[in-house]
Design a protein around this ligand. Sequence first.
Ligand SMILES: NC(=O)c1ccc[n+]([C@@H]2O[C@H](COP(=O)([O-])OP(=O)(O)OC[C@H]3O[C@@H](n4cnc5c(N)ncnc54)[C@H](O)[C@@H]3O)[C@@H](O)[C@H]2O)c1
Length: 276
Amino acid sequence: MARFDGKVAFITGAARGQGRSHALRLAGEGADVIAVDRCAPIATVAYDLATPDDLAETVRLVRDLGRRVVTAEVDVRDAAALGTAVREGVSELGRLDVVLANAGIGLMRPEAPSAEAFRDQLDVNLGGVWNTVQAAAPVLVEQGRGGAVVLTSSAFGLTGRGGDGSGGGDGYVASKHGVVGLMRTWANWLAPHGIRVNCVNPSGVATPMVLNPAVEALFGGSIDTPAKPADDVANLLDVMLVQPEDVSAAVAFLASDEARYITGVALPVDAGMLVR
Ligand SMILES: NC(=O)c1ccc[n+]([C@@H]2O[C@H](COP(=O)([O-])OP(=O)(O)OC[C@H]3O[C@@H](n4cnc5c(N)ncnc54)[C@H](O)[C@@H]3O)[C@@H](O)[C@H]2O)c1
């Protein structure tokens, strides 16, 4: 029996990158998926976000694995729309077991007013996580079968590096620290219901968030092979970017019954960056 047979996972930011990888990992182990994504740009963000075609590709890949998938084009800042997406997904797929609050934004346009960039970082990366769990946790509680919540923070949620304010770095660091705080307090809130709450804290991951022209301009080439010093993002092991599948492996473990007594944990998937 696969780890997620008969289970349903709600995943934000599922159109591409880590969210898609998590969807495929869990679907490959038996889960049906409620996949949401904004599928449109945000004006202050320095790179394009996912498109409706990206979300359609996630759908195709999940179905290729023989699993069911329900989608919604929803911005995680829109609490009401997230609530509708959860309700409709659960009504179609029958239940909810796993919640992955993964959607997020990274580098902000240098010309964006810094206060606006900061607010957007907090609204998406922290407010969006709050909205996601507020929408989904009551369903888990009402079902009375427990569940697992995994929040996507960052290595930058556990260190002060990268916070000079350029490119929204301070907002990113603040929002990702905030996610760790939510994880810790929600682990207390939800433990009486048998619901575990953990987070993953990746260093650089090979997704469009960092493999894009705006980040390349910052690093004088691909962040994978940076021309400029990249001490803030350098790992201990000999790898600049981990793969989305590396994070999915950690997420799948935390979401599975193998981690049944693990809650309140911030798990770095950082090739040792945080001990440097
Ligand atoms: N790539 C990295 O180096 C890295 C490192 C550590 C943590 N993270 C975090 O991992 C998570 C996933 O990022 P990724 O690397 O897959 O990047 P990505 O840009 O490929 O994927 C992010 C997804 O979130 C969606 N999204 C963004 N804002 C949204 C919103 N307001 N509402 C709904 N959907 C929205 C995007 O459309 C996209 O599909 C993010 O929270 C990110 O901060 C990324």
